[in-house]
Design a protein around this ligand. Sequence first.
Ligand SMILES: [Zn+2]
Length: 280
Amino acid sequence: MASAIEDEVCYVFSPNSDSAPLNFASPIHVSPKSSVRSEFQKPRVKITHDDIRDEIQFWDSSVVFFVLGANPPSHVIDGFVRRIWGKFGVDKVVALGNGVHIVRFTTTENRDKVLSMGYQFFDKKPFVVKPWEQSMSVNKEDIKSIPIWVQLPKLNLMYWGEKSLYKIVGMVGKPLRMDMATKKREKLQYARVLVEVSMSQVFPDSVEYEDADGVVVTQPIVYEWKPVVCETCKGMGHSADVCTKKTKPVWRPKVVQQHPSRQEEGGFSGGDKELKANQD
Ligand SMILES: [Zn+2]
């Protein structure tokens, strides 16, 4: 793809000599692939692999990440990242915009250790982490499925084993793992399981199962956070019927809203402005 650019360079004006006026020469179809470009072509430069090698090497030990459903300010993100990943040699944490950040580690080995740590959460919201790649674009909107924690209150002690627990939780999403207290049967008020759910699925308040004796039991499901967008405030993580912004007055900073349509875009409140302030 990049090599085609070279073929397309056309010289439309060519000076005959120092004194002579510029002569017009017809545009030439240099490359048959670019038949649309028969009109005047803007001047271009060609960036080679050699030009970008150093930058790729520099960012090779990095990951990009964001918090789904929140847009914490950069200093909060910075503190969080250094707390959970500090021992892996964090070189720098920089905002890329729209709540997406990049963190560079001192070595690719350290980056790989971070990637193998598994699921992370920020204030119960999924913390999505990906290795940095050349020409990657990271959009929160591209996320199709995520891990979330669900609780099963008052679950009968008979069903705390992985087989039955995963069967019940499986009606909500794909079970990934139990939390430690559930595994050890220590906090028996509720069982807690990490499940992979689709961003667009339904999140039922309860599921039904038939017990070993054929009795149908209704089991409530509590979501510590869910990827739903509130109709009222456009925030993420709760539905309109439990929205606190419906009744209570909401504190808003007294600033001139320059982009009213972008406010809380996609439910991610917080400012690009704030994030950009930290980029320098
Ligand atoms: Zn709301």
